[in-house]
Design a protein around this ligand. Structure first.
Ligand code: T3D
Length: 263
């Protein structure tokens, strides 16, 4: 039996998902997409999961699409990369963006092409100092996908987004942090310890409230202030009806630590 392309470990409310195709820097082939979709099915169906930690096996995080996996047909007209996006990458990116629990990404090495944008769509991105982000698409005549053209200008502004997308140069983790592309850059040796600590902490927090924060932030780029104020009103109404809000407010008044249950 061949080794799994995705490892899933669920423990203490944290689901750790590891891209596991290290000989190809965890580049995605169709089988790996299938395994990741099944892992996400399990995560979404498990109420006990309150945070997700995504990382890669080996020396890289993910080198994007496996360029040897089939799309390179003989007949130029029959190639349809849009189909790969429609069936595989777009559903994956949408699922992570909509997952109503925090997703921490531990970028353990190079994140290129769709692999870079998969990392960037996660909620909190922490990278090892030796990691780099590469919008590699322009090097092979493609357009940044997996949300890249949406995420990059919003995260780093138009000038830097254009430079990254058109030059395809590696952006070292330290500069990615300085530009506001990611949450933090840490020493390689500390990466997994810090990422696990973050995910474990988030898994003890008010999960429904965090999910609503994610919804509000996702909607914000398209909304004007009026629409966002209306959305905040609606989401706050929902948050105010959670058990965790009652527990948080009660714990504050009783001067003790809250015990959130994710409900
Ligand atoms: O369907 C569609 O195509 C549409 C969807 C597109 C989405 C995309 O993601 S397009 C962009 C695809 N990705 C790339 O273009 C990146 C290609 N990889 C690289 O440029 C380099 O590998 C890196 C800069 C990421 C890392 O360089 P380095 O020197 O650290 O490693 P390496 O030696 O190049 O790679 C190690 C192995 O992984 C090597 O295999 P080998 O020779 O040891 O057997 C290499 O071929 C393999 N590998 C790395 N990236 C890919 C890959 N194999 C297939 N596809 C890859 N993307």
């Amino acid at each position: 039996m061949s080794a799994p392309l995705i490892l899933l470990d669920i423990a203490e409310a944290v689901a750790t998902v590891t891209l596991n195709r290290s000989d190809k820097l965890n580049a995605f082939n169709e089988a790996m997409h299938g395994e990741l979709a099944r892992a996400l099915d399990r995560i979404e169906g498990d109420e006990a999961v309150r945070a997700v930690l995504l990382t890669g096996a080996g020396r890289g995080f993910c080198a994007g699409q496996d360029l040897g996996d089939g799309a390179m047909g003989e007949d130029q007209e029959s190639i349809d990369l849009g189909d790969t996006l429609e069936r595989l990458y777009n559903p994956l990116i949408r699922r992570i963006a909509k997952l109503e629990c925090p997703v921490v990404c531990a970028v353990n090495g190079v994140a290129a092409g769709a692999g870079a944008n998969l990392a960037l769509v996660c909620d909190i991105v922490i990278a090892g100092r030796s990691a780099a982000f590469i919008q590699a698409f322009c090097r092979i005549g493609l357009v940044p996908d997996s949300g890249g053209t949406w995420l990059l200008p919003r995260l780093v502004g138009r000038a830097r987004a254009t430079g990254l997308a058109m030059l395809g140069e590696p952006l070292p983790a330290e500069r990615a942090e300085a530009w506001g592309l990611i949450w933090r850059c840490v020493d390689d040796a500390q990466l997994m310890k810090e990422a696990r600590a973050l995910a474990s902490h988030l898994a003890t927090q008010p999960t429904r409230g965090l999910g609503l924060i994610k919804r509000a932030l996702n909607a914000s780029p398209e909304n004007d202030l009026d629409a966002q104020l209306d959305l905040e009103r609606d989401l706050q109404r929902e948050a105010g009806r959670t058990e965790d809000y009652r527990e948080g407010a009660r714990a504050f008044l009783e001067k003790r630590r809250p015990a959130f249950k994710g409900r």
